[in-house]
Design a protein around this ligand. Structure first.
Ligand SMILES: [Zn+2]
Ligand SMILES: [Zn+2]
Length: 344
């Protein structure tokens, strides 16, 4: 089969190659990939700025059908429509796993990063990570459930966003747009998103389509002033930080209200970021660092999409054959896309 592989450590070093089809172990299933979504981390792996274990087939956001089943697998059949969590390798016995957060296990080696992923016709993996994909959700929408589950884990479960609250999303990339959609589905009273002049095209338009009450172009206006104006001097209840920008991170302390929460999902790509620490103390701000997705968030994501409460399809701006993976990377790097789907 053809597969897109990161074949060594360093910048670039990604190409499409002919590889053998994967073999399954007794507790695994073989998945025929129907759609795979390109993630920002795939670009980071391409540029050598994210952990990975080469050689590895890329792709961790995907949907498919079961093509074969190991002899110890129960409850699943060939032909079942599925999506899968990505926490392959989590040990199940360490403190983190046993306390209910296997997605944060140090031993985790996710699909497309530590073990072969879904930029290919087939991928093999453990049956216990599967979730059923209802007939009412397309395979394309199924491929964006992983990042949606990450945002649900962060925003609804960890930072506990409530109906009627006010929200600012910093950064209109794919994770920012998904965060906005989740805030809308949670019933917030006000939600805005910040970005730059380069986001005025596709991304701000997409934000408006998803129901943003306002957008702030930080190249043209002061986001702190605007947010204080919009909230009568109070600040927002929750600020969802997806930009990873140093100035944006610094400004969260002025834009969130006293006793408000910051839900940090975006990585900065830096060793250190300066913050107004004492300001955080005096305002008693809660700063939630978030990572990966919980089992429950996958079930919530599937439920919300199936009920039509979370418009997953709207996040998708492009659909290309797997052979055009480079074009997909360029679209994302040039901020011309929200989610790009590849079809193997
Ligand atoms: Zn991802
Ligand atoms: Zn563990």
């Amino acid at each position: 089969m053809k597969a897109v592989i990161k074949f060594g450590k360093g910048k670039g070093l990604v190409e499409m190659r002919e590889v053998p089809e994967p073999k399954i172990k007794d507790d695994e299933v073989l998945i025929e990939v129907k759609a795979v979504s390109v993630c920002g981390s795939d670009l980071h792996i391409y540029h050598d700025s994210h952990p990975y274990w080469p050689p590895v087939i890329l792709g961790h956001e995907f949907s498919g059908i079961i093509a074969d089943i190991g002899k110890d697998v129960k409850g699943w059949n060939v032909g079942d429509r599925i999506v899968t969590e990505t926490r392959t390798g989590s040990c199940g016995i360490c403190y983190t796993c046993q306390s209910g957060f296997p997605q944060a296990c140090e031993q985790k080696r996710p699909y497309g990063i530590g073990v072969n992923g879904a930029y290919a016709k087939y991928v093999a993996g453990p049956a216990h990570l599967l979730h059923r994909l209802p007939d009412t959700i397309s395979f394309e929408a199924g491929a964006v459930i992983e990042p949606i589950a990450v945002c649900i884990t962060s925003i609804l479960e960890r930072s506990q966003l409530q109906a009627g609250e006010s929200v600012l999303v910093a950064g209109p990339g794919p994770i920012g747009l998904i965060s906005l959609a989740i805030a809308k589905s949670a019933g917030v009273k006000l939600v805005g998103i910040t970005g730059k002049s380069s986001d005025e095209g596709v991304r701000f338009e997409k934000a408006k389509e998803l129901g943003a009450d306002f957008t702030i172009n930080v190249d043209q206006e002061n986001p702190v002033k605007k947010i204080l104006e919009m909230t009568h001097g109070l600040g927002v209840d929750i600020l969802i930080e997806t930009s990873g920008g140093t100035q944006a991170i610094y400004q969260t302390f002025e834009m969130v209200r006293r006793l408000g929460r910051v839900c940090a999902i975006g990585i900065s790509g830096r060793d250190e970021v300066s913050i107004p620490y004492d300001r955080g103390i005096f305002k008693a701000i809660r700063y939630d660092f978030c990572f990966s997705s919980s089992w429950t968030a996958w079930e919530k994501a599937i439920g919300l999409i199936a009920k039509g409460l979370l418009p997953a399809e709207k996040l998708i701006t492009h659909k290309l054959p797997l052979e055009k993976w480079e074009e997909a990377f360029h679209l994302l790097e040039n901020l011309k896309a929200a989610k790009v789907i590849l079809i193997p």
